[in-house]
Structures are given as structure tokens and as C-alpha cells.
Design a protein around this ligand. Structure first.
Ligand code: HAM
Length: 428
């Protein structure tokens, strides 16, 4: 029996990997533009880190974590998200001591044991940011504007920013009892999940997708109308800043998120190409998490984008002729027409690469036609040809694979003027 990748995991092969590379390098560029530095945390963490931050009663913690006992019996979890690990690192290294404000970004795999479907995997990838040490509404707006600018920089339109506020701890608690009163009379017509959530995590009932429940939920009291004054002011300031930045948003008064640590602003960014798993990214503010995890009482805000879903959107755009195409893989491909010349050609290849020319050589002894096919497959811009005939005439032939022209490159004592050749290749 052959061994295949695990369900919900997959290989990213070229040319698709070009799109991943483009998405990630563009993210690094944008993050640098906004003043964020990279923070890398381990894939594995103590299980408690996630159960205490994301919340025991969330789907992620109660059903979806890859948790196992290590050889000493300690409970280990493969990170389902990166906010909690970033907060752990911030506290562990006392990063709040050197700087009042820390701005971090991360890119990497996350793990959730979900039912796989298009845009939903068990190993998936996120890129995201966290700003720690701030309660300023500007940073909520900056997180949203960074995400939106990032999508725009990749040529992605048709995104929708959905925004809401769950309020501070006091507002959340008050709203929870309002919601309990509202749902109490309808529980027997609602699904078993809603019934469980009623006891354990009432807010999450707003996210139920069962049609009968949705009918009831649509009349639930809106979250943002039940905020205390401080939470209301914060939310209004965020919206005013978004207006100034001309970032379009929709207030979704019943939007909730699947993680418990949020306070105040929450948001999701959706895209119409994505079907039922339409959230390209999401995030929000978490003012109490750092203190709850043993750090100082200070606020934070961040977001994460699902790269798997982003790539789905980019691939659809590529099919529609977008700007994202795999660039030419190689600048130059050297044919292998005479084995006696191979080591000289390998030496030339080595110096070309040292001059930053993306080059490769054919090692197989096959027909000229077959070697040209390999050059084409490698997307080579130029092909360098030298058989015994050319050698005797002190030349290489340089073939331009785009316009089909051929020119002679002179050699002296079998040596090419490498600077001239490099310059010629760079000219195109
Ligand atoms: P999240 O909404 O759980 O938030 O995940 C963010 C994004 O990751 C989603 O919008 C989606 O694009 C992607 N994603 C989630 N699960 C999967 C999956 N199984 N397969 C593919 N993509 C998935 C967080 O993780 C928070 N840590 C975001 C945050 C940062 N909040 C504050 N700071």
C-alpha cells in the first residue's frame, strides 16, 4: 500500500507554490511597511496555553485540537492559532519592559481537527499580526487597514469587511444575560449545539448555521446596541478612523468569533469566491488576555489571514488573467550535447550562479529536441548551446526562448567573458 498525505493536509507543488511564495513575500513587505517585526513561536505548546486563552468551551479547544501526551506524559498541543503563543512569548520574555508597544507578525502552519472541505484543512496556514501594549482605537483601525491594503496589493477586490464590538468584560457579561433571557423561551426549537452553548457559551449561539436557529437568531438583540459607554466610544472611534482611511465596512451587529479572548472590536474579511468557508481572515482586540495569562494589564489587537483561502482566491484570479503569474523559472539552461564538454559547462554554470543568474544544466544524454523540451519545461528565458562543432569555432550559441532568435557568444581559449554574458542575459 502506498502512503499518502493525511486527510486535511496537502502538498503544495509548483506552479501553485509560486502563488504561496508571492502571497507570503508580499505580506512580509506590507508588514515591514507598517513597522511589524517577525516573531516565530514553536508549533507545539503546553495544552493549557490554548485552553485558557481560546476558551474551554469553544469548538477549537473542545473538539479540534491536536493534543497528545509526550514521552513524559505532559499534555502537548499543536498550535491551532498563533495569538496565544505570541502572548505567551511576550510575557515569557517580558517584552513589555523594553518597549511600551510591540508589533509582531507571523507566517506559518496551524492545526485544527476539522471536517476537511474546500478552504478548510487540518493543517492550514496563517499570516497575521499582533500589536501588544495598546488600548488605542487607532491600532484596531490599523489592523483592519493593513489587512485590506494587503489584499489590495495582491489585486484582490470584492472583499467585505464585517465589523462589530463585543464590548469590554462588563458589556460582555451584561449582554450574555440579555441573550440568555432572549433564547430561554426558544431552546426546545433550537439545535442540540445551541442547547449546549446556551449553558456554556451563549454568545456562540449567534453563529449557528442551522436554518431553524438562524430564524430565531435574526431577532436576537444586537450586540453593539448593548455596550457600555466606554465600549461604545471605543467602537465609534475605530469606525471614525476607518472612515478617514476610506475603508469600507459593514457593521454586523450579531457577528461573533470562535475564540473567547476578544473584547471590543471584532472583524472578519470575507470574499465572494470562497463559498461556504468565506472568511479570508479575521481578528479583533483582546484587552484582558495578557493579564489573564500572567502578564501586565495591557491591551492588544491583531488579525490572521488564512493563506490556503487566499491562494484559492488568487488562483481564480490567475485563471482570469491577473497580474500574478509564475515568473520565468530560469534565466538560462545549458544543453548537454557532448559529454566531453560537460565539466567545462558545469564550471560555467557555477560562475553564472555566483553572478545571480538563475541557471541549470541538462545532465541527461538525450536528443537536442528532448533537451529543448526540458528547457521549455523549466521556463528558461535563454538556452546556451555548445557541441563539438561550436567548440571548434570558439562560440556558444545563445537562444532567446521568447523571440526564437539566436546569437553567437565568443569564447577565448574555451572561456566565455562571464561579465559580458551576464550583462547580455540581464538586458532582456
Ligand atoms: P480565526 O478566525 O480562527 O482567528 O482564523 C483566522 C483565519 O484563518 C480564518 O479567517 C481562515 O481564513 C483561516 N482558517 C481558520 N481555520 C482554518 C482551517 N481549518 N482551514 C483553512 N483556513 C482556516 C484566529 O486564528 C485568530 N488568532 C486571529 C487573531 C489574531 N485575532 C487576534 N489576533
Amino acid at each position: 500500500m502506498t502512503i499518502t498525505a493525511l486527510r486535511g493536509t496537502y502538498d503544495i507543488l509548483p506552479p501553485q507554490s509560486y502563488i504561496w511564495e508571492k502571497a507570503e513575500s508580499q505580506a512580509r513587505k506590507m508588514f515591514a511597511l507598517y513597522g511589524y517585526s517577525e516573531l516565530r513561536t514553536p508549533i507545539i505548546e503546553q495544552t493549557q496555553l490554548f485552553s485558557r486563552s481560546i476558551g474551554e468551551n469553544t469548538d477549537i479547544v473542545s473538539k479540534e485540537m491536536y493534543t497528545f501526551a509526550d514521552r513524559k506524559g505532559r499534555s502537548i498541543t499543536m498550535r491551532p492559532e498563533a495569538t496565544a503563543p505570541v502572548v505567551r512569548a511576550y510575557i515569557e520574555h517580558k517584552l513589555y519592559k523594553d518597549q511600551s508597544l510591540c508589533k509582531f507578525y507571523y507566517i506559518g502552519p496551524m492545526f485544527r481537527y476539522e471536517r476537511p472541505q474546500a478552504g478548510r484543512n487540518r493543517q492550514f496556514y496563517q499570516l497575521g499580526t499582533e500589536i501588544l501594549g495598546t488600548e488605542h482605537p487607532y491600532h484596531d483601525a490599523e489592523s483592519i487597514s493593513l489587512a485590506v491594503s494587503y489584499f489590495k496589493s495582491l489585486g484582490i477586490d470584492n472583499i467585505v469587511v464585517k465589523i462589530n464590538s463585543v464590548g469590554d468584560a462588563e458589556s460582555k457579561q451584561k449582554y450574555n444575560s440579555i441573550l440568555k433571557n432572549f433564547f430561554a423561551g426558544s431552546l426546545d426549537t433550537m439545535c442540540p449545539d445551541c442547547n449546549t452553548r446556551f449553558e456554556k457559551n451563549t454568545l456562540r449561539m449567534l453563529d449557528c448555521k442551522v436554518p431553524a436557529c438562524k430564524e430565531i437568531i435574526k431577532n436576537a438583540p444586537p450586540l453593539n446596541e448593548n455596550l457600555n459607554d466606554a465600549s461604545k466610544t471605543h467602537f465609534e472611534s475605530v469606525l471614525a478612523l476607518l472612515d478617514k482611511m476610506k475603508i469600507a465596512y459593514e457593521i454586523e451587529p450579531r457577528l461573533v468569533r470562535g475564540l473567547d479572548y476578544y473584547t471590543n472590536t471584532i472583524f472578519e474579511i470575507t470574499h465572494s469566491h470562497l463559498g461556504s468557508q468565506d472568511a479570508l481572515g479575521g481578528g479583533g482586540r483582546y484587552n484582558n488576555l495578557i493579564a489573564e495569562m500572567g502578564g501586565p494589564q495591557t491591551g492588544a489587537v491583531g488579525f490572521a489571514v488564512g493563506i490556503d483561502r487566499l491562494v484559492i482566491v488568487l488562483e481564480k484570479m490567475t485563471a482570469n488573467n491577473s497580474t500574478i503569474t509564475a515568473g520565468s523559472d530560469l534565466d538560462l539552461y545549458i544543453l548537454n550535447l557532448d559529454n566531453a564538454l560537460f565539466t567545462d559547462h558545469a564550471e560555467l554554470l557555477h560562475s553564472l550562479r555566483q553572478h545571480d543568474i538563475r541557471a541549470d544544466i541538462c545532465t541527461e544524454q538525450k536528443s537536442f529536441k528532448a533537451q529543448m523540451r526540458s528547457a521549455n519545461k523549466a521556463n528558461a528565458r535563454f538556452v546556451l548551446i555548445q557541441g563539438q562543432n561550436e567548440r571548434d569555432n570558439n562560440i556558444f550559441k545563445l537562444k532567446d526562448m521568447i523571440n526564437g532568435t539566436e546569437e553567437d557568444i565568443k569564447t577565448i581559449n574555451n572561456n566565455v567573458d562571464i561579465d559580458k554574458l551576464v550583462e547580455r542575459i540581464r538586458q532582456s
